[in-house]
Design a protein around this ligand. Sequence first.
Ligand SMILES: Cc1ncc(COP(=O)(O)O)c(C=O)c1O
Length: 365
Amino acid sequence: MSKKLFTPGPSNVSQNIRVQLAKDIIHHRMNDYHKLFYQVTKKLKAIFNTSRPVITFTSSGTGAMESSVVNLFSKGDTVLVINTGYFGNRFIELCQTYELNTLHLDYEWGTSYNLEDVKECFTHHHIKGVFITYHETSTGVLNELKELGEFIAKTDALFITDCVSGMILHPFYFDDWKVDCALAASQKGFGLPPGLSFVALSEKAVERLPHSDLPKYYFSYQKYMDYYKKGENPFTPAISLMLALDVSLDYLLDYGVENIVNDKKYLRHYVEQEFIKLGFSLFVQEESIRGNVMVPVISNHRELNLGELICYLDERYNLQVSKGQGEFSDKMLRIGIISDFTKEDIDELIERIKAFIDKKEMLEA
Ligand SMILES: Cc1ncc(COP(=O)(O)O)c(C=O)c1O
């Protein structure tokens, strides 16, 4: 029996995508691949809502995050990370690893940032880049990008957005929101296994490339831009994943990102209500900043061991739910809804959790 992944990515991969993964591969320096490359790139641009290039790496999302640091900046550059959780923290670590002068605005988990704080930072420093996580997967917070982009566009800084989990499940407008570098990965809203990451680059970002002095080889944007014109990747791509991506993008574009966003929002509300009924509290207090990737909840059952519950659901029923990250690892459940779930799937999960809680309470009584 296959597992149901109620996790915030990777998510379940549908049968029609798995069929693509089993197909014969084609050679990446031949015309068939050029055709595939151009098709996929055109569709990715539609997903990112951009007329700009979108390049594809064989890597997980963190590879794309690292690529933005090493390609767009030089040692000692001052950058600002808007840090609203675990993945914001990863940007700080990456920037520090490459010895950037890394300023960070740190916000309490479960909250978003304040644009005025960002503006204030710009009055004191010559900031060359601003990093932000669109959907923060450790907390479920969706950070606003449009107004931030409008502000950054008037400065010298580049605007870098980690959309690894945010893409597809929320609206995203690379050009209109004046983003300079947007990062995404295959294992979340794209409905694919892990292994591909995507990077869109503005003109402002491309102009910076020759000025960056940080070491790079596999992740050099310039190399990918040079091969882009030929319909190729500089290095052997994950051809099977590219074949599957082509089909997955057709589905996403035909069904429409707007419809996916609405479906997921509806399902999220349903999950929220059901978990409240089960005696859990929602981690993100403000509805307006809740993302559609997952529902993070905190248990109010004092004796409930969430680790035991997670093992029970997985081993007994093949239902996989994620624990929290960082200091919330023992205190939070993250109920991912990226996979193609219906209300009935949610009901099954709720029923199993309820049975576990009731049994525990009976034993304790
Ligand atoms: C918002 C966000 N950024 C970055 C990453 C890192 O991506 P990966 O695990 O694919 O390297 C993740 C993964 O969950 C994520 O959710």
